[in-house]
Design a binder for this molecule. Structure first.
Ligand SMILES: *[C@@H]1O[C@H](CO)[C@@H](O)[C@H](O)[C@H]1NC(C)=O
Ligand SMILES: *[C@@H]1O[C@H](CO)[C@@H](O)[C@H](O)[C@H]1NC(C)=O
Ligand SMILES: *[C@@H]1O[C@H](CO)[C@@H](O)[C@H](O)[C@H]1NC(C)=O
Length: 515
């Protein structure tokens, strides 16, 4: 009884929205920036920033970098997915050669950068130290850093690529410093805030945390361009204004995907592209090419006025807008917290329900293994890859999901796996089922990144399997466990295992309704 009370109390204190125990822990000597995100002088006139993502090392990437030079961008912010070759050394050399060793190139982790992250981290840290930018940045490089460069404040988050309390980090980072211009950046998306094939993998919380601070939102991942109107709530898809001029304030901002840095151009999805919150879109359908968004701040002698345009390598302009900032007008950060906003919502009598999410990772070696399909016995392997083929399946176990969520409130569930290898000559088709519960197995033919090697693959929705686990655990005090078997109908595919790098282990991302 006593034990029960303590567990219940801890659960109540922690609340339902936390990311659970990060399996992936940083070593004590991992680099951390300890500078102060401030700048000694006022922002210069016409400060220009290149905002891009998904670059690679192709000819088109070189042309995008040429554009950065031609437009005289003072610095660049890259929203993840660097070279696509898992080659951190070549990537750094590529930036050095094209933009210069001392070019201020700020970057945040993408799903293609996970396999050799420690190498990329080293490149980022070295560049920041060369520039002296480490004195203006605080936090974990490429994962949760807030910087002030030339009077522009930006917070970079690894949400969707690394477990952590990203919403809390962003809230704290943006709420601690007054600045007329703030920007948030991360790689991944919610499905509704991109126009291509991507699934929801960040939660809405990070978008709305940045909105409350009046921070612009710069993402990548989908290889197209899309920019919203001014939003007053991302989770509720609330558009505040469709005016051409954007007026940023605490509670109102815009978000874009600028994922055309060189890797390629994808199609839009007809349903998503017609969502009413898009102010501008570009994909292969309308002929946009690789390019970047360029924003110039402190224009016409007004430190709170900016102008942005998206230009592609053919020299065509795909979007143009003016931005006026009403953020932190009194020189202190506007204190609009989530709780205050929820109170306002309650006072207006609006729907208080929110979509929240949690993510759990495989937490130990024995929770992911291969077994022989014919005999159902475990295959002893020292291989770091979990391989699925006609003769063997993979079992994954996710333990201790948050117990207090009613099964009926669960909305969606996806497993993310770091894909290592895939047959390209056969139609890839996997089946994901659970040895417990009644849920039907789910066919996995979704071709995230065309089953590209060394990027994260996201399964289709596995909500029925997760719901079964919740129903089975109902009334207990131990959170449910979800067990899935991944088997192959066609072809052979392998994923990263818990060993040797626990940061690469499979994770289960669940969205639920919280009222
Ligand atoms: C800023 O840009 C405008 C428009 O291109 C130009 O007229 C002005 O001289 C520039 N100001 C400075 C200080 O560079
Ligand atoms: C890329 O550019 C190089 C040098 O300009 C050229 O030799 C090569 O053919 C180009 N490759 C492609 C795929 O266009
Ligand atoms: C699966 O097992 C059969 C029978 O032992 C064998 O002939 C076949 O090569 C195996 N397939 C793979 C991909 O190892």
């Amino acid at each position: 009884m006593r034990h029960f009370l303590i567990v219940a109390l801890i659960a109540a204190l922690l609340g339902p929205a936390l990311a659970l125990g990060p399996a992936c822990q940083r070593s004590a000597d991992a680099p951390v920036f300890t500078g102060e995100p401030s700048w000694p002088s006022p922002m210069k006139a016409n400060l220009t920033i290149a905002l891009l993502g998904d670059v690679a090392m192709r000819n088109e990437s070189v042309l995008v970098f040429d554009l950065i030079k031609r437009r005289g961008a003072d610095f660049a912010i890259h929203a993840g997915d660097f070279d696509y070759d898992n080659d951190p050394e070549s990537w750094e050399q590529f930036i050095d050669r094209e933009l210069g060793e001392y070019y201020p190139y700020f970057a945040v982790i993408g799903n293609h950068d996970q396999l050799r992250w420690s190498g990329y981290e080293k490149g980022i840290v070295n560049r920041m130290r060369r520039l002296g930018a480490d004195n203006h940045c605080k936090g974990v490089p490429g994962i949760s850093t807030v910087c002030n460069w030339e009077g522009f404040l930006f917070a970079m988050s690894g949400v969707g690529c690394r477990l952590g309390d990203h919403e809390e980090f962003l809230e704290e980072a943006l709420g601690s410093y007054a600045n007329p211009w703030k920007l948030c950046t991360w790689h991944k998306n919610q499905r509704m805030y991109q126009i291509g094939g991507k699934l929801s993998t960040t939660g809405y919380g990070v978008y709305d945390a940045c909105r409350r601070a009046g921070a612009l939102i710069h993402t990548g991942h989908e290889h197209s361009y899309s920019r919203t109107h001014l939003m007053s709530n991302f989770e509720k898809y609330a558009v505040a204004s469709t005016d051409r001029d954007i007026h940023l304030s605490a509670g109102r901002t815009i978000a874009w995907v600028s994922g055309l840095g060189g890797r390629g151009v994808r199609d839009w999805n007809e349903d998503l592209v017609s969502n009413p919150w898009w102010a501008a879109v570009g994909a292969s359908n309308n002929g946009i090419q690789e390019g970047a968004l360029f924003c110039t701040f402190n224009i016409h002698g007004d430190p709170r006025r900016a102008f942005c345009e998206f230009e592609d390598i053919a020299g065509r302009i795909w979007d143009q807008f003016q931005v006026f900032s009403h953020v932190d007008p009194h020189g202190v950060p506007a204190p609009q917290s989530r709780l205050e906003e929820e109170l306002e919502t309650r006072n207006r009598g609006d729907d208080l329900c929110r979509t929240r999410q949690f993510e759990v990772q495989v937490m130990r070696q024995k929770d992911n293994y291969i077994f022989d399909r014919a005999s159902g016995t475990r295959v002893l392997t020292r291989d770091a890859a979990l391989t699925v083929d006609e003769n063997q399946s993979v079992r994954l176990i996710f333990r201790d999901l948050p117990a207090e969520i009613p099964a009926g409130d669960l909305l969606s569930a996806h497993i993310q796996l770091l894909g290592l290898e895939s047959d390209q000559h056969e139609l890839p088709l996997l089946r994901i089922g659970s040895p417990v519960g009644a849920a039907e197995p789910v066919a996995w033919s979704y071709e995230d990144e065309e089953w590209e090697a060394s990027t994260v693959w996201t399964t289709p929705d596995l909500i029925d399997i997760v719901r079964d686990a919740y129903i089975a655990a109902e009334g207990g005090i131990i959170g449910p466990s979800v067990t899935v078997d991944i088997s192959s109908v066609f072809g052979r595919r392998s994923f990263a295992a818990f060993e040797p790098d626990m940061c690469l282990a499979a994770s289960l991302y669940v969205e639920y309704r919280s009222c």
